[in-house]
Design a protein around this ligand. Structure first.
Ligand code: PNS
Length: 161
């Protein structure tokens, strides 16, 4: 049986922490769909199309990963794709309550779908999309926090904002 998992998120922008989770999950599953949530932030830095492009470029070397957009309920999207596993990254304990709540809601909505948590690398544990967005908006150096192709897309987006 093909082991298919969904890694959902806002990815505005995708950080090196996200990329690390994608690499780890791609080794655990036969196929991984990175699912970009549409309309997850009212004031995004990157449009859905830019996030998808950024993720496609930064995961181009991983053959079993595909990038898609999704809207509506995550468990419904997972059912449509035939996935029984949801992957989420965990950094420090601060992530736990939110992740626990989401996993429980998703389990209640769809008992046969499990959430699998992967710890990010220690060196990425301080990274979040919101921190990267703030640094970028305030003119700080965010290279080294995101993949170079993501940094390029961010640079363009910032110039035209
Ligand atoms: O990267 P994020 O912002 O933590 O990702 C959150 C996301 C997109 C995974 C979450 O908001 C989500 O699953 N949204 C879809 C709506 C849904 O299914 N809600 C019920 C579960 S909380």
């Amino acid at each position: 049986m093909l082991r298919l998992a969904i890694y959902p998120g806002s990815f505005d922008p995708p950080t090196l922490g996200h990329l690390d989770v994608i690499e780890r999950a791609s080794r655990l599953f036969d196929r991984l769909i990175v699912a970009v949530g549409v309309n997850s932030s009212k004031r995004p830095l990157l449009s859905t199309e830019e996030r998808i492009e950024a993720l496609k470029l930064s995961t181009a070397s991983i053959p079993n990963v595909s990038i898609e957009a999704f809207s509506g309920l995550l468990v419904q999207y997972a059912a449509e794709q035939g996935a029984k596993s949801i992957v989420r990254g965990l950094r420090a304990t601060a992530d736990f309550e939110y992740e626990f709540q989401m996993a429980m809601v998703n389990r209640r909505l769809s008992p046969d779908v499990d959430t699998v948590f992967l710890m990010t690398k220690w060196e990425h544990s301080y990274l979040s999309s919101s921190i990267v967005r703030e640094v970028a908006h305030l003119g700080g150096d965010y290279t080294g926090m995101v993949h170079p192709s993501v940094a390029e897309i961010m640079e363009q987006a910032l110039k035209s904002s």
